[in-house]
Design a protein around this ligand. Structure first.
Ligand SMILES: [Zn+2]
Length: 269
């Protein structure tokens, strides 16, 4: 709540400064400032839907307020009010004569809204459109796509996106290794021994230090299972990165989503 009030205060200060500058430049339309205060009032009196209506209406009057709409949209998203964030960003998209860069920025925001709402297929389409548009948001959109495919366990799609990221100069080789390992574990019954070996070789090539690919090679190729060494007797595991603890050994941390950070918890601790 405190953050929200600070945000409103920020809006007000921003408005007052902006008004002084604009006053000098040209005479403003009176309805803008009136709407602005009506909107602020609704926000402060915890009537966000009415506030959203006012701010959306305001945009038709004055396109200078676009930054404020972005701020408002991401504020609602952070508060978990994704419906309102989507309404604000969706409305921005419908504006006529939107320039190309701005359009991509709105698509990006909308993608994040749908991601936060857990609607992955909508988010996926939006991020794909951002990737096609090219710079400057291509890399960020590719990372979102990677996150989506990991969550959906679509390892082939994740590999394709990871490859694109590598081409953009990003280093995601440790994730590529995990995707090959996932492919092996997921379809081990359907794969021939040479296919398994091929995937694991690619995994080792991508990330030579991955414990997982080594343990899979030992298990399926050399037939010397070493997985017991990774198992904690008490069944307590902890993520080295974020501290998440659980009773199951998973290769990807369910909390911070990093790979190979979950280790058996030491019983002496
Ligand atoms: Zn973690």
């Amino acid at each position: 709540m405190k953050i929200f009030l600070f945000f409103c205060l920020g809006l007000l200060i921003g408005y007052l400064i902006g008004r002084r500058i604009l006053r000098r430049k040209r005479r403003r339309n009176q309805t803008v400032s009136k709407d602005y205060f009506i909107g602020l009032n609704y926000l402060l009196s915890e009537q966000p839907d009415k506030a959203v209506d006012v701010f959306i209406r305001m945009l038709e009057v004055d396109s200078d307020t676009i930054e404020m709409h972005f701020a408002l949209g991401s504020l609602f998203r952070r508060r978990g009010e994704t419906d309102r964030a989507i309404r604000i960003h969706q409305n921005l998209l419908t504006r006529a004569n939107l320039d190309k860069i701005l359009r991509v920025e709105i698509l990006m925001e909308l993608g994040c809204d749908y991601m936060a709402a857990g609607v992955h297929d909508r988010a996926e389409r939006l991020f794909q459109e951002v990737v096609e548009a090219g710079k400057p948001h291509r890399v960020a959109a590719l990372y979102y796509l990677l996150d989506i495919y990991e969550r959906e366990k679509d390892w082939q799609a994740a590999l394709t996106v990871a490859q694109q990221l590598q081409e953009q100069g990003e280093n995601v080789s440790h994730r590529i290794a995990q995707y090959y390992c996932e492919l092996v574990e997921e379809s081990r019954q359907r794969l021939s021994l040479s296919e398994i070996k091929n995937y694991l070789d690619l995994a080792v090539k991508a990330a030579p230090n991955s414990i997982r690919s080594k343990s899979l090679i030992a298990k399926y190729i050399d037939q010397t299972d070493t997985s017991e060494a990774l198992t904690s007797q008490e069944g307590h595991y902890q993520c080295e990165h974020c501290g998440y603890s659980g009773k199951k050994l998973t290769w990807q941390c369910p909390s911070c989503r990093r790979w190979e950070t979950i280790k058996p918890k030491n019983s002496e601790n």
